[in-house]
Design a protein around this ligand. Structure first.
Ligand SMILES: NC(=O)C1=CN([C@@H]2O[C@H](COP(=O)(O)OP(=O)(O)OC[C@H]3O[C@@H](n4cnc5c(N)ncnc54)[C@H](OP(=O)(O)O)[C@@H]3O)[C@@H](O)[C@H]2O)C=CC1
Ligand SMILES: Nc1nc2c(c(=O)[nH]1)N=C([C@H](O)[C@@H](O)CO)CN2
Length: 235
């Protein structure tokens, strides 16, 4: 039996899609969630082990790490999906920067270091860490400065952890652009966002799933970022 895959942020959208897809394959899933959501009951019914964690609250992160180290001695992969897409003005500047760095940098950093031995124990024959970064890690964002900076830091950690944990643990990143709109996105925003790429559409959660599958079947790719952006860099 394959060792479990740990996915952060499984309550909705990409994280939920990945968790359900792994479960459908018969791969055990450990998921973290922040808010209670309807979909969590379905994941549990399918056998997922779920743990609450708010990565902006240090005791919560510490508690999660202790629980994972105690209960899960072997992991096949960790997928750092949890994310909060804050923009400047959503909170005082200091809070925006702190929260972005806590969710996108501190939590992946602490979990990778704490669970490195579990990944080596769960290697089959390799294990994987996958960071979900963002197209704007390379370009910056005028309206999501702290968010983009934190995703750039996560992209850089891909390189450092690939050096530190290889060859048993491969470490890669997936950099999406437009995967799925949010429900509150109005038509004007949607048309503007679609016009930013050659493909002119949402990539969809399945694109991320296929890329995760590709990375986890690879015995050679590490320290790399795979871009899922519909040719946004060409427009
Ligand atoms: N969707 C897109 O078009 C794009 C997505 N990406 C990246 O892909 C990944 C998946 O995107 P998407 O599915 O839209 O992500 P979401 O915005 O749906 O967030 C995923 C989950 O992260 C959790 N989360 C947020 N803040 C915290 C926190 N402080 N502690 C713990 N968990 C937290 C949320 O929990 P809760 O349920 O409690 O809110 C949520 O369920 C993300 O890393 C995102 O940055 C990059 C570019 C484009
Ligand atoms: N955590 C999240 N990060 C991002 C989201 C999101 O919904 N949650 N959405 C985007 C946008 O799709 C953007 O890429 C295009 O408008 C970016 N990051």
């Amino acid at each position: 039996m394959t060792a479990p895959v740990l996915i952060t942020g499984v309550g909705q959208r990409v994280g939920l899609h990945l968790a359900l897809a792994f479960l459908e394959q018969g791969v055990p899933v450990i998921g973290t969630y922040r808010r209670e959501r309807e979909a969590l009951a379905g994941l549990q019914a399918e056998g997922a082990r779920l743990y609450p964690a708010d990565f902006c609250h240090e005791p919560s992160l510490e508690g999660l790490i202790a629980t994972l180290r105690d209960r899960h001695p072997a992991l096949r992969a960790i997928i750092h999906n949890a994310s909060d897409w804050m923009k400047e003005g959503d909170a005082p500047d200091a809070e925006v920067m702190t929260r972005m760095m806590q969710v996108h940098v501190n939590a992946p950093y602490r979990l990778n270091l704490a669970l490195a031995e579990a990944l080596k124990a769960g290697a089959d024959p390799v294990a994987d860490i996958i960071h979900l970064t963002d197209y704007v890690a390379d370009t910056g964002s005028a309206k999501h400065i702290a968010y983009a900076a934190s995703k750039a830091a996560l992209a850089n950690m891909t390189l450092s952890f690939a050096k530190r944990l290889g060859p048993t643990v491969k470490v890669n990143a997936i950099a999406p652009a437009l995967i799925r709109f949010n429900e509150h996105d109005d038509e004007t925003y949607r048309q503007k966002a679609l016009a930013k790429s050659v493909m002119g559409k949402e990539g969809g959660e399945a694109e991320v799933w296929h890329t995760v599958q590709y990375l986890m079947q690879s015995q050679y790719v590490t320290g790399r970022t795979l871009h899922l952006d519909g040719g946004r860099h060409l427009v």
